[in-house]
Design a protein. Structure first.
Length: 246
């Protein structure tokens, strides 16, 4: 990532460091805090609601904060651990809430990214993420974000090698099927185009690079709706840079 983009990320991160009184606030207040990049405050407000929807939003906010904003390993680990707990609380509070299963998977997936492929395999994290995503889709078969995440899961497991594929059954065909379903549901979503576009060079060895370039370029033209998408936008720029000369 370029220095300019790192500076930009740091400036965005500065938005999330200050939390306020969370008493008597609503899920709408938490959602607004998330939109504005006040991720820790969003999590505090959402957790205080003591509802499945609140815990799910807290897990989401903390997972995003831990991945993009946390400075240093200790802070990141603490935040991601809290995100995992919030995801578990969301499912426990309402096992019929698809968003709860999805955000629980999101938090565990972020943890898996921090520990590396082999540790994730030893700890069985791949299986846990898949179970949670499939539970979300069993509740809501048209849950675009869950299809996107499961597509990425299949793509990453398939790319991790024979042992990972043998243990978890991830494969390119299922990755493509879930990506295509996501595109049917959300064809003009910045996060969707980024997720699919970054995996295409691996999934489609013949035309993947060309398709990825087109998809990521489309994603750049989609307006940014919140601070999280600001981070994704910067990742899209980096992904396009990585395709140069290919």
């Amino acid at each position: 990532m370029t220095f300019v983009r790192l500076v930009r990320l740091a400036s965005i991160g500065g938005l999330v460091l200050f939390a306020s009184d969370v008493s008597a606030q609503s899920i709408g207040d938490a959602e607004l805090a998330f939109t504005e990049g006040r991720f820790v405050e969003a999590a505090d407000i959402a957790e205080a609601l003591e509802t499945s929807a609140g815990y799910a939003l807290a897990a989401k906010s903390l997972a995003v904060y831990g991945h993009y904003v946390a400075t240093g390993e200790d802070e990141r680990d603490e935040v991601i651990d809290r995100a995992i707990r919030m995801g578990e609380e969301a499912v426990r509070a309402d096992s019929t809430n698809a968003e709860a299963h999805f955000q629980s998977a999101h938090a565990v997936g972020r943890y898996a990214q921090t520990v590396g492929t082999m540790t994730a395999l030893r700890e069985g994290l791949g299986g846990k993420v898949r179970e949670l995503l499939e539970a979300a889709l069993a509740i809501n078969p048209d849950f675009a974000e869950a299809h996107l995440a499961l597509a990425g899961w299949h793509a990453d497991v398939a790319a991790a090698g024979r042992v990972a594929r043998w243990m978890y059954g991830g494969n390119r065909e299922d990755a493509i099927a879930h990506y295509e379903r996501t595109m049917e549901l959300e064809p003009d979503h910045k996060v969707v185009l980024h997720g699919y576009g970054t995996r295409l060079p691996y999934l489609d060895e013949e035309k993947g690079v060309e398709r990825a370039r087109e998809m990521l370029s489309r994603a750049l033209d989609i307006p940014i709706r919140d601070v999280y998408e600001e981070y994704v936008h910067l990742e899209i720029l980096d992904a396009l840079d990585a395709l140069e000369g290919r």
